[in-house]
Design a protein. Structure first.
Length: 71
């Protein structure tokens, strides 16, 4: 039996959800990827971790919501 309570994750209100395909600027070019995780910084801004690539994927961390679009 476990007597520990699970901590509730704070609910983050964002435009996009995990798994959504989005476009963003990466190294001066427009790239696309999938939302891997959603975070919030100390000032309340929404940040995304975005997965790019196919066979050998990479995750780009802390992309601000202002730099992400759906088309």
């Amino acid at each position: 039996m476990c007597f520990f309570k699970r901590k509730k994750k704070p609910e983050i209100v964002s435009r996009y959800h995990e798994g959504d395909m989005v476009y963003f600027r990466f190294r001066g070019e427009r790239a696309f990827g999938y939302i891997y995780a959603i975070k919030q910084d100390g000032q309340g801004k929404v940040l995304y971790d975005i997965q790019i690539g196919g066979q050998c994927p990479a995750i780009l961390k802390d992309i601000p919501e202002e730099g992400v679009s759906s088309h």
